[in-house]
Design a protein around this ligand. Structure first.
Ligand SMILES: Nc1ncnc2c1ncn2[C@@H]1O[C@H](COP(=O)(O)OP(=O)(O)OP(=O)(O)O)[C@@H](O)[C@H]1O
Ligand SMILES: [Mg+2]
Length: 238
């Protein structure tokens, strides 16, 4: 997807391509425009000028129906304020994005069961969000994000509300998905999250101020990656 935009001066003359299959991480100080950028990229917000091409669709030219379909079927969100529907149980929350689609019931049940099992959540399938821990809720959010096999997952501080063990679990899941080919665009303040990226973008005052490429994540090089990222961020004045 390609991108050029500006919006309420939070994003200024920014020109960016995000590549398929990448684990792209966006960092920058508070107020630098990270969330704004991810809202613009994902079509949650419209810019004042410029264009966003998301998976061959120019967002400013898409009508409401096309946008809804794109959001429902092609992209997914995993945000910090864990936003599960409180009146639906875990299973129903995962199924929620499929309600307007004509998906085979049996196939859907099978896919949800596989997701629950993969993320060790099978025994919690009937619990409501209020009966789940933060990490468990986030895992259900990720299951829900995967239900329609999205082309890209957008995540804004997905580990922000989690303790470090829960955060690592979620990051392991995201890394595993990326290694399988899932494109991910994630905003984070957390070095432990950033280290999972294979492309790191640094944003300052609404502009891309630097970029760093990394090989695909593997545990053995964790420390070394962390050191490289710290050096990069220091140079950027983080
Ligand atoms: N709805 C809005 N209207 C006007 N200005 C806004 C709006 N939302 C955010 N801003 C401003 O745009 C700038 C970028 O905000 P943004 O939320 O993108 O920052 P961020 O990098 O995500 O920060 P943080 O790390 O604190 O989440 C900030 O100066 C903010 O005050
Ligand atoms: Mg933000």
């Amino acid at each position: 997807m390609a991108f050029l935009n500006s919006w309420k001066n939070a994003i200024k003359n920014l020109d960016l391509k995000i590549y398929k299959g990448d684990f792209t991480v966006i960092m920058g100080s508070s107020g630098s425009g990270k969330s704004t950028l991810i809202y613009l990229l994902s079509g949650m917000d419209k810019g004042s000028s410029g264009e966003v091409i998301l998976l061959d669709t120019e967002l400013s030219k898409a009508n409401k129906k096309e946008m809804e379909k794109l959001r429902r079927e092609k992209i997914s969100f995993v945000f910090q304020g864990i936003n599960l529907i409180p009146d639906l149980n875990a299973y129903e929350n995962i199924a929620a994005p499929t309600y307007k689609m004509k998906r085979d019931k049996k196939e859907l049940t099978q896919v949800i069961n596989e997701l629950l099992s993969r993320f060790s959540m099978s025994e919690h399938r009937s619990k409501f969000p209020s009966q789940l821990s933060g990490g468990q809720k986030q895992r259900i959010t990720i299951c829900r994000a995967l239900i329609n096999k999205p082309d890209v997952i957008f995540a804004d501080e997905p580990t922000g509300a989690l303790n470090s063990t829960q955060g690592q679990e979620v990051l392991n899941i995201l890394t595993e998905l990326n290694i399988e080919g899932q494109s991910i665009v994630m905003v984070t303040h957390d070095l432990k999250a950033a280290v999972r990226a294979n492309r790191l973008l640094y944003i300052k005052d609404g502009r891309i101020d630097g970029e760093m490429k990394l090989p695909e994540y593997d545990k053995d090089s964790h420390q070394e990656r962390e050191r490289e990222i710290v050096d990069f961020l220091r140079e950027k004045g983080w």
